[in-house]
Design a protein around this ligand. Structure first.
Ligand SMILES: Cc1ncc(C[n+]2csc(CCOP(=O)(O)OP(=O)(O)O)c2C)c(N)n1
Ligand SMILES: [Mg+2]
Length: 491
């Protein structure tokens, strides 16, 4: 009965015949509490598809294997932990080395030539040009910001060199309404979704126009309008967040059939996939069958740790199969492959009310990990130079455009020069802007300022007034007055 009440609380519009629900609740009562919970979830889940247009294809396998006992003549293990496993007399250990590595999907080769002429490229010329412009803009912004950090004008920066195709290409295949969670090397996702150069610069300088109120490190962007959650430094925390958001979207997609369905999209590096959060997130996403795209950027390194020291298996893709998730490996230098795989993954993710998909995108990290890193301390310069020469997402798309006579040296020069100017204009404007009011160090933590915080504020005021040369408080909007405001405010 409790199960029925709970069911109706979550799904008041449920069109399940009440009598049948009562029947279910009686059988639920007779099960052990753990199994009862599973049963309730299963009913709730299958109910998601009862009054919608999509019939549930989620097999109710738990019901068929409640009994652990096998019949004497059974050919398969009838145990809920390993469904459809045939009995065998061969003592064979599964050796992953016997298996071929998961293939890498690509559409164009390194010279920008289409590999499968019949399928071709599904991107219009204008769109390809816009994608190219965004990738070039990202790479120029990276160069300039890296330099600005070296000059001491920015405190920190992270480049996307070599991985521009993954971010720009995948973002171009999503709906603007999809909910996105990034790691930190996905500035191209922001750019493709419409984050402006001013917004990038305001965040990098932590100025008074920064939407994050100056509370985060540079490159930790966020945008409510673009449906992108704010980046967190703590690796992999975004992955379970995305799985949870996808579960909420699954319910919303079902409850609002007139609104185009949405997916959650989660970006992370292969290094982040070593965190427990990765495994928990993929598992819950698979068991709950939520519409979540897990996009792993495998760039060969987690700071100084090469992939050969990170894992022994076949990349990150092999783990997707282990969790029962549709998975593909893609050449991240091929923006057309990235786009097509993401588009298809999004379609699969919305099938049958929702399911997770894992895409492992391969693209070598050409730059240093961050401005705090010197990668030549742990890898040969020649290795990097070799990768740069061999393949690159920007030059590969340029070759494709040139092959179609859509691009030439003059256009390239003109684009690079105008983009550089635009970035520098936004940079200089943001650099001149005031810093955010220092009161933001304290507010938005508790509903109102606590007594303990008041002591901290007084202490800070004292230090700031005693050491004016060390702390130029006038740089901050509102100066010291903003702290006084806080002391008297009721909020
Ligand atoms: C929980 C946690 N552990 C360690 C770190 C330090 N750290 C920052 S980035 C990084 C490497 C991550 O590598 P990867 O996920 O492959 O991303 P990439 O930098 O290659 O894009 C590490 C270990 C952190 N930020 N958070
Ligand atoms: Mg990495």
């Amino acid at each position: 009965m409790a199960a029925v009440t709970e069911l109706h609380r979550y799904f008041p519009r449920l069109k399940y015949p009440r009598r049948r629900l009562w029947g279910c609740s009686i059988s639920i009562m007779s099960l052990r509490s753990g199994a009862r919970r599973i049963c309730l979830r299963r009913i709730v889940e299958s109910s998601l598809c009862l009054n919608g247009s999509q019939p549930s294809k989620i097999p109710l396998v738990w019901q068929q294997c409640r009994s652990v006992a096998s019949t004497p003549t059974a050919e398969k293990v009838l145990f809920p932990g390993a469904l459809n496993s045939k009995f065998t007399n061969d003592l064979n250990f599964l050796d992953p080395a016997d298996k071929d590595a998961i293939p890498t999907y690509r559409v164009v080769d390194q010279s920008g030539r289409v590999l499968d002429k019949e399928t071709g490229v599904d991107t219009e010329d204008d769109e390809a040009l816009a994608l190219y412009e965004n990738m070039v803009c990202l790479s120029i912004m990276d160069l300039l910001m890296f330099e600005a950090q070296r000059q001491g004008r920015l405190s920190f920066y992270m480049v996307s060199a070599g991985e521009e195709g993954i971010a720009v290409g995948s973002a171009s295949a999503l709906s603007p309404a999809d909910v996105v969670f990034c790691q930190y090397r996905e500035s191209g996702v922001y750019m493709q979704r419409g984050f402006t150069l001013d917004q990038f610069m305001n965040q990098l300088f932590s100025n008074s126009k920064d939407a994050g109120l100056g509370r985060n490190m540079p490159v930790h962007y966020g945008s409510r309008e673009l449906n992108i959650h704010t980046i967190s430094s703590t690796l992999a925390t975004q992955i379970p967040h995305a799985a949870g958001a996808a579960y909420a979207l699954k319910l919303q997609n079902h409850q609002n059939p007139d609104v185009p369905p949405r997916v959650a999209v989660c970006y992370f590096g292969e290094g982040a996939a070593s965190e427990g959060d990765f495994h928990a997130a993929l598992n819950i996403a698979a068991t709950r069958q939520v519409p979540c795209l897990f996009i792993c950027r495998n760039n060969g390194y987690a700071i100084s740790t090469p992939t050969s020291d990170q894992y022994r298996g076949d990349g990150i893709a092999s783990r997707g199969a282990g969790y029962g998730i549709n998975t593909i490996r893609v050449d991240g230098n091929d923006i057309f492959a990235v786009r097509r795989a993401t588009k298809e993954a999004r379609r699969i993710a919305l099938e049958d009310g929702g399911r997770p998909v894992l895409i492992e995108m391969m693209a070598y990290r050409v730059g240093h990990h961050s401005t705090s890193d010197d990668s030549f301390a742990y890898r040969q310069k020649v290795e990097v130079e070799d990768w740069k020469r061999r393949d690159n997402p920007v030059t590969r798309l340029r070759k494709w455009l040139e092959n179609r006579c859509l691009w030439d040296e003059d256009k390239e020069r003109e684009l690079r020069s105008s983009t550089r100017k635009e970035i520098l204009q936004a940079f200089e404007k943001a650099e001149k802007d005031k810093k955010p009011p220092i009161k933001h160090m304290f507010d938005d933590v508790y509903e109102s300022i606590t007594e303990e915080q008041k002591t901290h504020i007084e202490e800070l005021k004292d230090i700031l007034t005693r050491y004016p040369k060390e702390y130029d408080i006038d740089q901050h909007d509102g100066g010291i007055e903003s702290l006084n405001e806080l002391m008297t405010s009721k909020k």
